[in-house]
Design a protein. Structure first.
Length: 218
């Protein structure tokens, strides 16, 4: 195996070293004192890496051993648990305080984030939603709902564009009747036999509801 024993690299026109290799195996670009296995110091832009048993970290704007949380800066951390499952965590830093994890993609594909939760928690997305004009059986607005089918007697079926994983999902539904008619403050309920992967069927207490809104969570 070939080996090049060089500790410092300098541009021929420069007066200082551009790349430095320390005796403990750390590489510094733009710095002679790399704090981590790889440190790039470009002034306004800094990049550091840190390695531990469970963490592989790429930090921007930070200094020091980021895996120990001794510095500021934002970071992307690759985190491995005892079963060799790998998560990706996103961390930020607020002036005057330590950095903190704000979001994570788990090895199972869940997205977790802190946006008013108080801590990083799994976000359960809305799989489908619709604002249905039931007088014309059309959609005012929707996401993953392709159409409305009138069943009659105040019941309507909402057809999904893409099927839900299974039928064990949760639906929030509201309804409103025709202005001035009995049942104007119509309530919506689900027909259990019609909650399937491709559609859901909503019943209202108004025989001719003007509007039905649904949101599907899974």
């Amino acid at each position: 195996m070939s080996r090049i024993n060089v500790a410092n690299f300098r541009h021929p026109d420069g007066t200082s070293d551009n790349i430095n290799l320390t005796d403990n195996g750390r590489v510094g670009v733009g710095t002679s004192s790399p704090a981590t296995p790889l440190t790039l110091d470009g002034g306004d832009l800094k990049l550091t890496t840190a390695t531990s048993t469970t963490r592989r970290v790429f930090a921007l704007g930070g200094t020091g051993d980021y895996s120990l949380g001794t510095s500021g800066g934002s970071a992307i951390a690759f985190i491995r648990d005892g079963s060799n499952n790998d998560d990706i965590a996103f961390e930020t830093h607020v002036q005057g305080s330590s950095h903190a994890e704000r979001a994570r993609i788990t090895s199972g594909g869940d997205l977790r984030f802190n946006s008013g939760y108080g801590s990083v928690a799994t976000a359960y997305g809305c799989r489908a939603w619709a604002n249905g004009n039931c007088s014309t059986d059309t959609l005012r607005g929707s996401g993953n709902v392709s159409s409305i089918t009138e069943i009659g007697g105040g019941e309507h079926r909402f057809n999904y564009t893409s099927a839900i994983t299974d039928a064990n999902y949760s639906i929030v539904a509201t309804a409103g009747g025709i202005s001035g008619a009995t049942g104007d403050d119509a309530n919506a309920s689900l027909t259990s036999s019609e909650v399937i992967t491709t559609s859901c069927r909503v019943r209202t207490n108004a025989s001719n509801p003007l509007m039905i809104n649904i949101a599907v969570f899974r």
